[in-house]
Ligand binder design. Structure first.
Ligand SMILES: Cc1cc2nc3c(=O)[nH]c(=O)nc-3n(C[C@H](O)[C@H](O)[C@H](O)COP(=O)(O)OP(=O)(O)OC[C@H]3O[C@@H](n4cnc5c(N)ncnc54)[C@H](O)[C@@H]3O)c2cc1C
Length: 265
């Protein structure tokens, strides 16, 4: 089926990440016609976040969605421990929070986005268009009046009173609209990798801090072998001749880890 050449909406949101989908659902819930464009065919983006924080859970509660959300598979982290310089310390205890959920929920971001999209589809004014990329802005005199979109079924235009760019860090909308980026800098790079959990690894410790290095390790629901390793720039990473990856950094026992090829990407 081909797309109609033209569509009209009150608000066109370019980018179906957490910001775009949430904004789309909230606007549709308020009765505003909204089109959300997402260039990929699904929400599956590994390593884009798994933690849903108590304040977000509170928001879901206020929207009346919390019970349905918590019925989805997830893990709950009620306390955070860390290994600092070889000693286990408690970093956070969420039991005193003035929120209904006194925990961080671990759930892959694609499950969260699918859940939000499902809420949106309850409203007739919510239109989520997957595999549809915002490629250009329509300029009416000095004003942005819509979006040119590209889909597998053909290109089309969307006339909109408001266009919102939620298309991530390499935003097309931001570039086309001429907004300048203010670079705040990032104090460290992040290496995000899957490695096997070892027998004896602490169950609730979220990280290891040692000698200026930081490593976080989390296990989202349904992924028993996932770990996350934000590293300071002084950690070393090397792939040897047998395609194993060596990560040298202050792990729990000061050891270097080996991950066979295929367990990381
Ligand atoms: C490694 C890592 C771990 C993280 N962990 C957490 C965590 O545990 N908890 C947490 O809360 N946050 C976490 N975050 C942060 C979180 O992922 C971001 O804050 C969040 O994804 C930002 O949402 P967004 O909607 O602004 O942008 P994005 O998530 O980047 O979404 C942008 C969307 O726009 C789409 N898009 C791009 N260009 C176009 C176009 N031209 N047309 C149509 N669609 C387009 C993209 O496909 C994408 O789906 C993490 C981030 C990273 C990188």
């Amino acid at each position: 089926m081909t797309q109609p050449d033209q569509r009209t909406t009150r608000c066109c949101i370019v980018g179906g990440g957490p910001c775009g989908v949430m904004l789309g659902v909230l606007l549709a819930r308020a009765g505003i016609d909204v089109i959300v464009l997402e260039k990929y065919g699904d929400f599956f983006r590994d390593f884009r976040g798994d933690t849903i924080h108590p304040s977000t859970l509170q928001l879901l509660d206020e929207l009346g969605w919390l019970d349905a959300f918590l019925a989805l598979p997830h893990n709950e982290l009620r306390e955070v421990g860390a290994n600092v310089g070889g000693e286990t310390v408690q970093v956070a205890d969420f039991s005193k929070l003035p929120t209904r959920c006194k925990f961080i929920a671990f759930m892959p971001q694609w499950d969260f986005l699918n859940f939000l999209a499902e809420q949106g589809r309850r409203y007739p004014s919510f239109h989520l268009m997957m595999e549809t990329e915002g490629v250009d802005l329509i300029q009416n005199d000095e004003r942005v009046g819509g979006v040119r979109a590209a889909a597998k079924t053909g290109d089309f235009t969307i006339a909109a009173d408001l266009v919102v760019g939620t298309d991530g860090r390499h935003s097309t909308v931001r570039r086309l609209a001429g907004f300048e980026v203010e670079n705040l800098g990032a104090p460290m790079d992040v290496l995000w990798i899957r490695i096997s959990k070892q027998p004896g690894d602490p169950p609730q410790e979220l990280g290891t801090v040692n000698d200026g290095h930081l490593i976080a390790a989390i296990r989202p629901h349904g992924m028993p072998d996932v770990r996350v390793l934000p590293m300071s720039d002084t950690g070393t990473i090397a792939v040897d001749g047998r395609d194993r990856i060596w990560i040298t950094a202050p792990f729990e026992h000061g050891a270097a880890l080996i991950a066979p090829k295929g367990t990381w990407r």
